[in-house]
Design a protein around this ligand. Structure first.
Ligand SMILES: [Zn+2]
Length: 115
């Protein structure tokens, strides 16, 4: 397995683990809300629960989006386009991909764009 492939595999496994944990938490929260008669609007605890539910939904959406981008990156890898700078067309350094697996620009182009 080459370095780029290994980077994507690692980050994908991490995201999948995060997603599984979030989904578990989400299921638990739904179960808890079915058990209680908490009124989200009038019960002060309900407001906290609603906030937590929102945070969790946002985290789920972020993780799913990250996984979709990783899948896309793996397809790009197959096509030989992963880790190629979208700015200058040069390969992006492996060290940079390790830090930011979904980086689309090499460090010098990113600096130039102030990203
Ligand atoms: Zn570049």
């Amino acid at each position: 397995m080459d370095e780029r492939q290994a980077i994507l595999s690692t980050v994908k496994a991490e995201s999948q683990a995060t997603l599984a944990a979030l989904e578990h938490e989400h299921a638990r929260m739904i179960e808890a809300s079915l058990d209680s008669n908490a009124d989200d609007e009038h019960d002060p605890e309900g407001a906290t629960i609603a906030f937590e539910r929102e945070q969790l939904a946002a985290a789920l959406a972020r993780t799913r989006a990250a996984l979709a981008r990783i899948d896309q990156a793996q397809a790009e890898l197959q096509a030989g386009r992963y880790g190629v700078c979208a700015g200058c067309g040069e390969p992006i350094a492996v060290a940079r991909l390790e830090a930011r697996p979904l980086a689309t620009h090499c460090i010098s182009c990113a600096d130039g764009r102030r990203v």
